[in-house]
Design a protein around this ligand. Sequence first.
Ligand SMILES: Cc1ncc(COP(=O)(O)O)c(C=O)c1O
Length: 355
Amino acid sequence: MSLPFGRIHNFSAGPSALPVEVLAELAEGIYNHEGAGMGVMEMSHRSPEFEAILAQTEADLRELLSVPPNFRVLFLQGGASTQFSLLPMNFGDGGAHIITGTWGQKAVEVNPTAKVVHDTGAPYRSIPTSLEFSVDAPYLHITSNETIQGVQLPSFVSANVPVVADVSSDILSRPIEFDGVGLLYAGAQKNLGPAGVTIVLIRQDFLDRAKCDVPMSSYSVQAKSGSLYNTPPTWSIYVTGRVLAYWKRLGGLPTIAAQNAAKAKLIYDAIDGSDGFYLGHADRDARSQMNVTFTLRDASLTSTFLLLAEAVGLSGLAGHRSVGGVRASLYNGVPLASAIALADFMNAFAGAKGL
Ligand SMILES: Cc1ncc(COP(=O)(O)O)c(C=O)c1O
């Protein structure tokens, strides 16, 4: 099935596909936003027009995710990677970490005082057997979805300290249970919008414990200034707002979650029905709905698979160099038609190679 505007099937791990309906409506925001006579990129971040955009974006995010009122929403810069360092800068040494893949490792690498309380270890196929932890630390850090290995926690962990979760690659893909959460953060460029804005949701009493003398790095300075301490990434926030409004129109999280489950099922069924031609990387109970990772039993066929896929308009499928094989990222903006096209291709390729 072909996609509108000559677009191809985009399985990139991020930045990644955005809903085409949203892209089609962005011209208004580029040239003349709601009769302001200028585009969003050209207007002051302190103008009433932009303040309205920021407020609506926050309101829609709160509504879609059912964010409790005692959480603050921040729109920051620097990507999720910057949060790895901001956490110890704001909450002190000795953060406890659970590592279930590469991004969890990276969060620890930049914090020499981090205490690793669980490390699944390479090749990161599984999730911890128990999701209950008791630690002596200011917070417990997890990565809800490991983008590179395609390993996703079924839920957040429960702990005796605030849970801090990197939700970069699965925010807005399923409901969030906020009990026990201190802080969530995500770069927008997978499920929410374009690169450039990082969303932080922080519980007020956890925020009250944050101390940092560097204003741009201080959660409390950013919260007090309503994410307007300096010039925020206005265009990225605007597009994120359009994406959120789109999902609200379509029915919100129940629609998104159902669509994601259907897309992931198509690809996992193609793997499981291939009689071992394709081998899923993650254990079944650890499988990600966002990033489906697999290898080919005959690894020498991988490059042919990827070349032929690209030739028929299936793009961005090469696995991360540390895992190899294939990775299909099925973020919210990837249409069902793309997952159908990939599943068909996988079945045909396995058939042609003598399944
Ligand atoms: C789970 C996870 N955390 C962090 C990052 C890094 O994000 P950023 O590039 O916004 O720093 C990524 C990027 O792919 C990711 O998937």
